[in-house]
Design a protein around this ligand. Structure first.
Ligand SMILES: Nc1ncnc2c1ncn2[C@@H]1O[C@H](COP(=O)(O)OP(=O)(O)OP(=O)(O)O)[C@@H](O)[C@H]1O
Ligand SMILES: [Mg+2]
Length: 427
């Protein structure tokens, strides 16, 4: 629906995407970025934003939902802008809070405000489930070289693979990724590095992750967005320290449901898989990690005969290393009750079972020779006989030195296809 809205100086409107806004007359601000007559603002489906007129303005808005609101962002959010002014640069600011409290909106707001003051700003997006800068499953970093209305407009500079859309799956990779991305941003000369985090803050393990992040980053400011006292359990861990904590109200937000979150993730996968083609990698020439596959040696023919004898079927692929035995099995066999015997044969090793098709469409990260992020890919097929891996990616295959296996499955069009669990069998 198209609306022409006359907005008075200081008035605010909340607009839900998908939307297109044209400033016909006057000037508006969106999260600290300004737009003048003739400029357009696009809001993707699944996102919402608020704008504030700084003169009387006329807007042409194409959106199914617009609403007049009292303020564009909670007025207390500006306290953080003043505090940021006071701290020594370079400054690292971490934003924590529960789901949908406005962490990402706040991060963009503070980033735009810092940019306006002439500071060099970087954003580290650690929300692996609702990634804006990188593909989902990655902690990503981008430099804010112009103001943005939406974090997904920040161009990716570097990324670190976590491998799951759930931070609880690999918290140690989250900590590593955030630390590396912050260091990179500082190394590039950023004066302000803003870290946006996932909404997983409740419960012991979630607290543990955030507390570790705060220990490793030693941020200049911690911003906690909360409605009730959701973040206090974390903040109490710093009650006697000198950590500079700013508690701010959460957005009176529009909660996003599971479908919207999935839609946004799929859009992000699609963006980073764009331009992909099928490429082949030689397993003998690349390193493979975050899987037990290709970490050892194929079995001797005697061992293989014994394994086939125990299972009653030949594995598609079998490999043993000092500490693991990995078997890729045809999809139709059920061997669970025979596992104990395998354990006796390969004493002291962890046994991993994989169905042949379970790795198809697995999301992978591609790294160069110095373990730097090159891009994302989808594992289409492994030919165990020729030791070739077929991938869908836009990364030139000759640059790839390492392939990291993730635990989510994604189609070439970005559609999510579930996740895999590596079945470790205790013997
Ligand atoms: N001024 C506003 N008022 C109300 N809602 C808004 C406003 N600006 C943005 N929103 C919407 O509120 C929701 C939550 O905002 P945001 O994405 O910033 O929260 P978040 O804490 O980062 O969420 P997540 O936990 O998913 O990362 C989003 O749908 C966002 O589009
Ligand atoms: Mg967010």
């Amino acid at each position: 629906m198209e609306h022409v809205e006359n907005v008075n100086d200081g008035e605010c409107i909340l607009i839900r995407g998908p939307a297109n806004i044209e400033v016909k007359e006057g000037r508006v601000t969106v999260l600290g970025g300004t737009f003048d007559a003739g400029e357009h603002i696009m809001i993707p489906k699944g996102k919402t934003l608020s704008l504030k007129a700084c003169t009387s303005a006329i807007l042409r808005i194409v959106s199914s939902s617009i609403e007049r609101v009292k303020e564009d962002v909670p007025s207390q959010w500006r306290i953080a802008v003043e505090e940021l002014d006071k701290v020594e640069k370079p400054a690292v600011v971490i934003v924590i809070g529960g789901v949908d409290t406005g962490k990402t909106t706040f991060t963009v707001f503070l980033g735009n405000m810092a940019l306006k003051k002439g500071l060099r700003v970087a954003i580290v997006d650690a929300d692996v489930g609702q990634s804006d800068i990188g593909p989902p499953c990655f902690v990503a970093m981008g430099l804010l070289d112009k103001s943005v209305v939406d974090m997904s407009k920040v161009e990716l500079n570097d990324a670190y693979f976590v491998g799951s859309t759930t931070p609880s799956a690999y918290p140690h990779r989250m900590v590593t990724g955030v630390k590396l991305m912050v260091e990179k941003a500082l190394m590039l000369g950023s004066e302000v590095v803003l870290v946006d985090t996932p909404g997983w803050i409740s419960g012991f393990r979630a607290r543990d992750l955030i507390i570790s992040l705060l220990h490793v980053l030693r941020p200049s400011i911690v911003v906690a967005l909360q409605d009730n006292e959701e973040a206090e359990g974390i903040l109490k861990a710093f009650s006697s320290s000198e950590m500079h904590i700013i508690r701010l109200p959460a957005l009176a937000s529009c909660k996003r449901n599971r479908e919207t979150r999935k839609f946004l993730r799929e859009m992000a996968y699609r963006k980073h898989l764009h331009g992909g083609i099928n490429v082949e990698l030689d397993i003998n020439k690349v390193s493979v990690a975050y899987t037990t596959l290709f970490s050892g040696n194929t079995l001797s023919s005697d061992e293989e005969r014994k394994v086939s004898g125990i299972l009653g079927v030949s594995p598609v692929y079998a490999e043993a290393s000092f500490d693991t035995l990995t078997l890729v099995l045809p999809s139709y066999v059920d061997v669970w009750e025979k596992i104990e015997m395998l354990g006796l044969l390969f004493k002291g090793r962890e046994v991993y079972l994989l169905r042949e098709e379970s790795l198809e469409n697995l999301l992978v990260a591609l790294l160069d020779k110095r373990n730097r992020y090159l891009g994302v890919g989808i594992l289409k097929k492994i030919n165990y006989a020729t030791r070739k891996m077929l991938l869908y990616t836009s990364v030139p295959p000759d640059k790839v030195a390492t392939v990291l296996f993730g635990s989510v499955k994604v189609a070439e069009n970005g559609e999510e296809m579930g996740s895999i669990q590596l079945h470790k069998v205790k013997v």
